[in-house]
Design a protein around this ligand. Structure first.
Ligand SMILES: Nc1ncnc2c1ncn2[C@@H]1O[C@H](COP(=O)(O)OP(=O)(O)OP(=O)(O)O)[C@@H](O)[C@H]1O
Length: 280
C-alpha cells in the first residue's frame, strides 16, 4: 500500500523558473527512500511538499499519512525555551500527555546522547545537538511518515548508528522514511530505494542496492534468532558473539528491527548489487 503518492508535481517560486517538474513518487510502507541531487536541485523543496509545508504549483499529492515527522535542513533553534520544554510542547501539540512527552523525549535524547543536557536553551545548543533535538521532535510520537533533510549533517559519529536504527524502526513498524543526502555511502547503507533530482525531474538513482550485509554484535542479554528463517535472508555467518547476515535490500529494515528488539546491536550495514551466489 502506498503511504505517499505524488502525481505530476511541479513547483516554482512566484514567477521564477520551475524547480520541480512532473514528479511522480510512490512510497510504500517499510520503505526507506533516499533523494539525492546537487545543491539547489530541489531536494528540500520536494520534502516540504511531501510533508505539506509547501503546496505544489502543478500536480497533486494523492496520499500522505496523517502523522508526519519532519526534520528540516535548518532547525529553528533561536528560542530561549529549553530542549526538554520544547519537546514537551511538541509532544503535547501532537496529543501526548505531559508525562508521555517527557518520557519519550528523555528516552530519545538519551539514545542520541544529547550532550549538555535537556535543560539547555535551544539557542545555546551546538549544531549537532540542535540536530538531535530536531530528530527527537520528529519522532514524538513516532510518525507514520518520517521526512528528514540531510539528517546526518552535524551529527557526531556515535549518533550516526542511532539515526540509522531510528529510521529502520520507523520503516520496520509499517511506516516510511524519506531523506536527502549527497553521499553515495549513506544512500547505499541506509536506503531501500533511491532517486535523483536532475533538471527538476525525479529519476532513478543509478543503483538500487539490492542486497545488504548486516553485521550484528550480541549484547549480554540477547535472544536466539533463527536468522536464515527470517524473510529475505540469503546467508548468516556466525562468529564469536557476532553474526553477519546477507539479506535482500527490501527486507533489510525488518531484519534490523528484529535484531534490535532481540538484543543485538547493529555494527554496520553495507549495500551492494547481489553477486551471482547470493541470488536465489
Ligand atoms: N522560498 C523560496 N523562494 C524562492 N526560491 C526558492 C525558495 N526555496 C528554494 N528556492 C530555490 O529553489 C531551488 C531549489 O532549492 P532547494 O532548497 O529545494 O534545493 P536543495 O536541493 O535542497 O539544495 P541544497 O542541497 O543546497 O540544500 C533553488 O534555486 C532555490 O534558490
Amino acid at each position: 500500500m502506498d503511504l505517499v503518492r505524488l502525481r505530476g508535481v511541479g513547483k516554482r517560486y512566484g514567477a521564477g523558473p520551475w524547480v520541480l517538474e512532473g514528479v511522480d513518487l510512490r512510497v510504500a510502507a517499510n520503505e526507506v527512500v533516499a533523494i539525492t541531487g546537487t545543491n539547489g536541485s530541489g531536494k528540500s523543496t520536494l520534502l516540504r511538499i511531501l510533508v505539506g509545508l509547501s503546496r505544489p504549483s502543478a500536480g497533486e499529492v494523492l496520499a500522505r499519512p496523517a502523522s508526519v515527522g519532519y526534520v528540516p535542513e535548518r532547525f529553528p533553534a533561536k528560542e530561549r525555551m529549553t530542549a526538554i520544554a520544547y519537546l514537551r510542547h511538541m509532544g503535547r501539540v501532537r496529543g501526548l500527555s505531559t508525562s508521555e512527552s517527557d518520557a519519550g523525549a528523555h528516552a530519545l535524547l538519551d539514545r542520541l546522547a544529547l550532550v549538555g543536557g535537556a535543560t539547555t536553551p535551544l539557542r545555546a545548543l551546538s549544531k549537532g545537538n540542535a540536530q538531535k533535538v530536531a530528530l527527537a521532535q520528529a519522532l514524538l510520537p513516532r510518525p507514520k511518515l518520517l521526512v528528514l533533510d540531510e539528517p546526518w549533517s552535524g551529527l557526531d559519529v556515535s549518533a550516526h548508528g542511532v539515526l540509522a536504527e531510528l529510521l529502520a524502526e520507523v520503516a520496520g513498524d509499517g511506516g516510511a522514511v524519506v531523506f536527502t543526502d549527497h553521499r553515495e555511502s549513506v544512500v547505499r547503507a541506509t536506503a531501500s530505494a533511491a532517486y535523483r533530482i536532475d533538471g527538476g525531474r525525479l529519476g532513478a538513482w543509478r543503483d538500487g542496492g539490492q542486497v545488504a550485509t548486516v553485521d550484528l554484535v550480541a549484547a549480554a542479554e540477547r535472544e536466539q534468532v533463527d536468522w536464515p528463517g527470517l524473510p529475505g535472508v540469503l546467508r548468516a555467518d556466525h562468529g564469536v558473539g557476532s553474526v553477519m547476515v546477507v539479506v535482500e535490500g527490501k527486507h533489510c529494515d525488518e531484519l534490523l528491527v528484529t535484531a534490535i528488539r532481540s538484543g543485538w546491536s547493529v555494527a554496520g550495514v553495507r549495500r551492494a548489487a547481489p553477486s551471482a551466489g547470493e541470488v536465489r
